[in-house]
Design a protein around this ligand. Structure first.
Ligand code: GLN
Length: 235
């Protein structure tokens, strides 16, 4: 990070379903609460992806925009360059699938991804819709994740990534795990937006990009999280 934290929102014109853009707002707000100045770059699909960002975000989308987004990102190459220089990233749903080697198109046909994560996705038997709750890999030290999912895709993880979490409720990757991570890149099926429902995940990205953070008063966040988790997780 230089004088300000640079947040890059990739393809708001293609991939931004279910309020995923809220992830940008949460990062901005939680950074500023720690006196970290931020600058957000909105990269439309006709624009080149800047390589000097600190945190990259990409959201969910319908099948056709997802295919188009994958093509453009592959041709662009900027995201690869940014991640190789150590930038952090959160990729959600369609954005998550795009990070892999392949994903299922609108007829289930294999569509090449951009190979930033060692995952491959295809179309599942039925759509997974509903609440998700999942226990995070203890190595990351985060509380239970909550959010909602809406996708046809199922995702297989290769040896180059670790599962982000294990599902308590919901489908996630489809094999009892949800999302994955490798280095500072996180992929997930969580909408909500994910960072609003899971501020600790936002702080993990901020810590990766900007170093240790001052604590924040999260009383309201915590109340809402507790309420949601009580409702979603069966006793
Ligand atoms: N098109 C993808 C799927 O259905 C992603 C959906 C989404 O981003 N919500 O699996």
């Amino acid at each position: 990070m230089q004088s300000e934290l640079s947040i890059v929102w990739i393809y708001p014109d293609l991939l931004s379903t279910y309020g995923d853009q809220g992830n940008v707002l949460v990062l901005e707000q939680r950074a500023r609460a720690r006196n970290i100045p931020t600058r957000t770059v909105y990269v439309r699909s006709s624009d080149p992806v800047p390589q000097q960002g600190d945190i990259y975000l990409i959201g969910g989308g319908e099948d056709r925009p997802q295919i188009l987004g994958a093509e453009r990102l592959r041709k662009d190459g900027g995201l690869h360059a940014a991640i190789s220089r150590g930038a952090a990233m959160l990729a959600v749903c369609a954005g998550y699938q795009i990070m892999g080697s392949v994903f299922g198109g609108e007829e289930g046909q294999p569509v090449p991804g951009i190979e930033l994560l060692d995952i491959s996705s295809g179309r599942g038997e039925r759509r997974s819709v509903g609440e998700l709750a999942a226990d995070v890999d203890p190595a990351l030290g985060l509380p239970t994740l909550t959010g909602f999912e809406n996708h046809m895709g199922v995702t297989r993880l290769g040896p180059g990534v670790r599962p982000l979490s294990r599902t308590i409720v919901g489908t996630g990757n489809g094999d009892g795990t949800e999302g994955c991570y490798a280095g500072k890149v996180i992929g997930t099926y969580l909408h909500g937006p994910a960072l609003a429902r899971n501020p600790a995940l936002a702080d993990l990205l901020l810590t990766w990009a900007a170093g240790p953070l001052a604590p924040m008063d999260d009383t309201w966040y915590q109340r809402l999280r507790d309420e949601r988790l009580r409702t979603v997780i069966p006793r």
